[in-house]
Design a protein around this ligand. Structure first.
Ligand SMILES: Nc1ncnc2c1ncn2[C@@H]1O[C@H](COP(=O)(O)OP(=O)(O)OP(=O)(O)O)[C@@H](O)[C@H]1O
Length: 878
């Protein structure tokens, strides 16, 4: 059925359309007199009542339409035309719409903007309705955290739905990616950890139990509500939920029932009430919103935040792990530099690993062993990589099969991928390392499943699953019979053209088909007088007349019924296959996880070979000993051989630890032991920041189990990595550069331990010189003496070099430059000793500051230097 928006094939207004006069139509569904609405609009408002907080897309013929407030919202958000439509005696109501075949694209845009979208589709053909209202039902509820459609998800990252429960300082957090089935829960007692976990996960939607009056509403990023706990970052979408499903009384039985267990002990969360409540609340939300497409989740896993290396959001940003600081791009990030994966699952796994490095040495070594084996065995590595390229996104394909949204192409892709697994397993029969061994056994059920899918489904099935063409011949005798009938009838039609041409003597006679009239015989108007008597005229066009005959109509009815029956049977066979896949979801996903891990490790091995990385020796102690380390990203952006390697030694060696590295000539240190804190000085742009980040990145890479860009590395496991790198004003919270800097510094001083790695790039620059210097001095001293965290402190305050003469665990290093008469050459080499000048005035001269200003600056500096020997003064204080 075409309607008044039929002409709007492109609803986007090229030039902003004049605002429609809102007084001429109703734009609030609560304000209508329902008795005056026509049947369809009444059904619309009743459906809208059930989903007051979502945008309701309502199928009408070839369009999905929105009315009332949703029409206004849709038009505003997607820059579509807002118009109006007569809704019975009630008068005109606001209306906007999108073509039905493009609903996914428009729904994606709405969901990205933080809206929930409800799809109310026609569930019968308009012709079946025969005059009554076409049956429509809600077929899908889309919220940012519950997407399954391929086009709506980014293949390179998980799409998490999270749920939080907060009780005083304690919290529970559960999260799930319903497209891959991952489902985890945890509990903690430090609200800062909750914030950090949310920042790590970047969930698309967070469920919060509240007693807000507007339960069910979705707060879009940046929107606030008095019902939202303060510790939750404003950058996410929050769904305000009732507290009931988050109560222990409801959550616990829901989990027990879902995972068919008698106690939660096996899931690891029996003793964690807040974790249980968050997980139960999350499950209830899925049950509530995914009625039509119930999701298949993996068994709930419980984890502890402190079981992993803690990298706070600031540090993740500063180390540019998944995106650059400057412009937020993936290109130039650590993930970009390391990603050599060949599957979407591997790509997501690498991202997860980088965002959650390990602290468990055994786990790290298992990954390192696998990389080592893959580096040594080049043919194995290359064959594996080649094969992995042919494996599609098993995790998400299985997810779509489980929720009944997979089409036949998805199942063929799944079968193609599953049928590669035996090959994969035969490649690794001799493998020794744990992650390759995990691929040695492919459950026979998966081989059988792949075989069955291939045997049933045609090689390239259509996207639509209700219009036939999916199932091979000889799969089902009844299907074959129906196909034969349809084919015979089609042949009858084809013959009809030949026969009728012969009978009538009209060579241009054709048999055609259209949706409105079905089959017809078409004859050019000039031959209309030769038409036989049994032809019944149906339609007259400019150049042709269209006829039907009783025979043709009788045959048509048979053909259409037979085709419908055929399509229905194909659909039933297909959905049964899909159901079989869903039954094996857990087995497929377990294997997918193993494939993803092998893919990550193959990629890291490839990278290590090409970039000349070394295997880090991992220790439980505090030592950080890197010989000729390189920055993994900067190195790749420079021409080969241009990056200047630098060494780092930090953290006193525990007695009894061997010194195998000595022949590799580690950097000489002023003390026999490695220092805990390095004061790093050097001119602007000499490479201090790069060096600082390089150390953090090498440590982080080692803790995900990767080889590292260095000639040698022996690394004690860190519990946390902290960074503080030049801040910018945080306009959103109204904090100045200096306050941001102080907040970050306070966070470090309050949380760092002797097992942490602290990287400080300039402290105290945002205030008066002496304030800044004093703070920098006190901070360095506190870290070196009280915390003893392994620390590199880059600074332009050369006065800090004097700390090394006071504290035995502090050493000075500098990034060297070569001074020529009218230029400075950056050597990018880190060497012992403190720089005595910053060359800031030289930089100013090169930038073109007037000579008189440069001269005066030098005089002032001379004076200041005379008065800044603070170390001696402080020594006297002690
Ligand atoms: N080891 C290195 N080898 C080669 N090039 C390097 C090296 N370290 C840094 N660089 C190059 O030098 C540039 C400046 O480095 P960086 O930003 O680390 O300097 P900086 O000393 O921190 O400067 P500032 O004090 O002004 O912040 C980088 O963009 C990088 O390309």
């Amino acid at each position: 059925m075409r309607n008044s928006i039929a002409s709007m094939t492109a609803f986007h207004s090229e030039t902003p359309s004049p605002k429609p006069d809102a007084s001429t139509f109703i734009s609030d569904h609560q304000q209508v007199d329902r008795s005056k609405l026509s049947q369809m609009y009444l059904h619309y408002v009743e459906t809208k009542d059930k989903y007051p907080h979502a945008v309701l897309l309502y199928r009408v013929g070839d369009f999905f339409e929105c009315y009332f407030q949703d029409a206004v919202k849709l038009a505003q958000e997607l820059e579509l035309v807002l118009t109006s439509k007569q809704a019975g005696e009630q008068g005109r109501v606001a209306m906007s719409g999108v073509p039905h075949h493009a609903w996914e694209r428009y729904a994606t845009l709405l969901v990205e903007k933080g809206y929930a979208v409800v799809i109310c589709d026609q569930v019968e053909d308009a012709s079946e309705a025969a005059g009554r209202l076409v049956r429509r039902e809600v077929t899908r509820i889309l919220t940012p955290g519950t997407l399954l459609e391929e086009g709506m998800l980014k293949s390179s990252r998980n799409n998490y739905l999270a749920a939080v429960v907060i009780a005083a300082n304690h919290w529970g957090l559960a999260y799930a990616d319903i497209s891959t089935g991952e489902f985890l829960t945890t509990q903690g007692s430090d609200l800062e950890h909750l914030t950090q976990e949310l920042m790590r996960l970047q969930p698309s939607e967070v469920l919060v139990p509240t007693n807000a009056p507007d339960l069910g509403s979705l707060l879009r990023p940046g929107e606030t509500s008095p019902h939202l706990p303060q510790c939750l970052p404003p950058s996410f979408c929050y769904s305000l939920r009732s507290q009931v499903p988050f109560s222990q009384g409801e959550a616990r039985p829901r989990l027990l029932q879902k995972f068919k267990v008698r106690s939660l002990e096996g899931l690891g969360c029996d003793h964690l009430p807040l974790a249980v409540r968050a997980a139960g609340g999350l499950l209830e939300y899925l049950e509530d919103t995914q009625k039509e497409n119930p999701v298949t989740l993996q068994r709930l896993r419980t984890y502890t935040v402190t079981d992993y290396l803690i990298v706070d959001n600031q540090t993740r940003r500063n180390l540019e792990i998944t995106q650059t600081v400057r412009d937020g791009t993936f290109h130039g990030s650590l993930l970009w530099a390391l990603d050599r994966t060949n599957t979407a699952m591997g790509g997501r796994a690498l991202r997860r690993w980088l965002l959650q490095p390990l602290i468990d040495i055994k786990g790290i070594r298992a990954r390192l062993d696998t990389i080592e084996e893959l580096m040594e065995n080049t043919p194995l590595r290359q064959d594996l990589r080649q094969l992995l390229r042919q494996i599609y996104d098993l995790e998400r394909l299985t997810g779509r099969a489980g929720s009944g949204t997979a089409n036949a192409r998805d199942l063929v892709a799944l079968a193609d991928s599953l049928s590669r697994l035996p090959e994969l397993s035969s490649l690794v029969t001799e493998a020794r390392s744990p992650f390759l061994k995990a691929l040695q056994k492919v459950p026979t059920v998966l081989e059988e499943l792949a075989h069955k899918l291939h045997a049933h489904l045609v090689e390239s099935p259509p996207i639509l699953i209700k219009e036939g063409g999916l199932i091979r011949p000889s799969v089902n005798p009844l299907l074959d019979e129906r196909k034969a009938t349809v084919e015979a009838d089609q042949q009858w039609i084809a013959n009809l053209e030949v026969d009728e041409r012969a009978k009538t003597g009209i060579p241009s006679l054709k048999v055609g088909f259209n949706k409105t009239f079905g089959y017809y015989i078409s004859i050019s108007r000039s031959k209309a007088d030769q038409v036989p008597a049994n032809y019944i005229r149906k339609q007259t066009l400019t150049n042709e007349e269209r006829y039907i005959t009783p025979d043709l109509k009788e045959r048509e009815a048979r053909i259409l019924t037979a085709r419908d029956d055929l399509n229905q049977l194909e659909y039933e066979i297909f959905t049964a296959l899909r159901e079989e896949v869903a039954q094996e979801a857990e087995v497929i996903r377990n294997l997918s996880r193993a494939v993803a891990a092998a893919d990550v490790l193959c990629g890291l091995a490839e990278l290590a070979v090409h970039q000349g990385y070394c295997r880090p020796e991992m220790l439980s102690g505090r030592e950080i000993n890197i010989v000729d380390g390189r920055h993994p990203v900067v190195e790749q952006s420079l021409p080969a051989g241009f990056f200047v390697p630098n060494s780092t030694q930090l953290g006193s060696r525990e007695s009894g630890v061997g010194s195998s590295e000595e022949e590799i000539s580690p950097l000489p240190t002023p003390n026999s032991q490695f220092p805990d804190l390095i004061i790093l000085t050097g001119p602007n742009a000499s490479g201090k920041s790069c060096y600082l980040r390089q150390v953090g990145l090498i440590q982080l890479m080692a803790q995900i189990g990767s080889f590292v860009p260095a000639r040698f590395a022996r690394l004690g496991i860190c519990d946390r990595i902290f960074t503080r790198v030049g801040a910018v004003d945080d306009l959103a919270t109204g904090q100045s550069t200096f306050m941001v800097e102080m907040n970050e510094t306070a966070n470090i001083l309050n949380h760092a331990t002797s097992r942490s790695l602290v990287l400080l790039d300039e402290i105290g620059r945002g205030t008066a010189t002496f304030d800044g210097l004093s703070i920098a001095w006190a901070v360095a001293e506190y870290i070196a003496v009280d915390i003893r965290a392994r620390t590199i402190f880059a600074t332009h305050y050369h006065e800090l070099n004097e700390l090394a003469s006071i504290l035995p665990n502090v050493a000075n290093y500098q990034v060297t430059v070569k001074e020529l008469p009218d230029q400075i050459i950056f050597l990018h080499q880190v060497q012992p000793g403190g720089a005595d000048k910053s060359y800031g005035i030289e930089a100013g001269r090169l930038a073109g500051l007037p000579a008189v200003v440069i001269q005066r600056a030098k005089q002032v500096m001379g004076q200041i230097e005379k008065h800044s020997k603070i170390a001696m003064g402080l020594q006297n204080l002690d």
